[in-house]
Design a protein around this ligand. Structure first.
Ligand code: ZN
Length: 173
């Protein structure tokens, strides 16, 4: 799987030589001669130009490749994925859920007090105890926090998705 993200939105005017860069959604920037302009910041990329031949796109992208569970099983890919700041919350959540439902992994995350924790955990069916609901109420899903079964403590634990640094396959005995 691969995600690509815009990290700089800019273009060079080949008429006056100036580089115009847009840093936020409503940051409309023109070059000094006015022949080109960029807009949209990192939310969307929009270029305005007198003609295409004077507009040189200099936008920068960040690309993250990461293995899917099938790649992992086929042994073709590395088994550790590190999350940089460019990986969105949505993609982190998707990868964590994708993998943890299928096995046991070590998730490294920063705790609220700033300390790092390497937690072997899973949410794979059959490996976690069935949770009995006492009240019968359904807990409101929270996209920012993930609950997992910590296999070193045999207890449910949770972490904030944004604080996860990496996920790594645990050595299987
Ligand atoms: Zn110009």
């Amino acid at each position: 799987m691969q995600i690509e993200k815009l990290i700089r939105n800019k273009a060079k005017c080949l008429k006056c030589g100036e580089v115009a860069e847009s840093k936020s959604g409503h940051d409309f920037r023109r070059c000094k001669c006015g022949a080109i302009a960029v807009d949209g910041g990192l939310e969307y990329r929009r270029g305005v130009m007198e003609s295409h031949d004077i507009y040189e796109d200099q936008s920068e992208y960040y690309t993250l490749h990461y293995p899917t569970w099938d790649d992992y099983k086929a042994g073709k890919q590395p088994i550790k994925v590190e999350f940089s700041k460019h990986v969105t919350l949505e993609h982190r959540r998707k990868l964590l859920r994708d993998w943890l439902t299928q096995g046991e992994f070590v998730v490294t995350f920063k705790k609220i007090d700033g300390e790092l924790r390497n937690m072997p955990c899973t949410i794979q069916e059959g490996k976690v105890p069935v949770v009995e609901s006492k009240t019968g109420r359904v807990k409101k899903p929270n996209d920012e926090v993930m609950s997992v079964y910590a296999t070193d403590k045999n207890e449910w634990r949770s972490f904030r998705v944004e604080n996860v640094l990496s996920i790594e396959m645990k050595e299987q005995v």
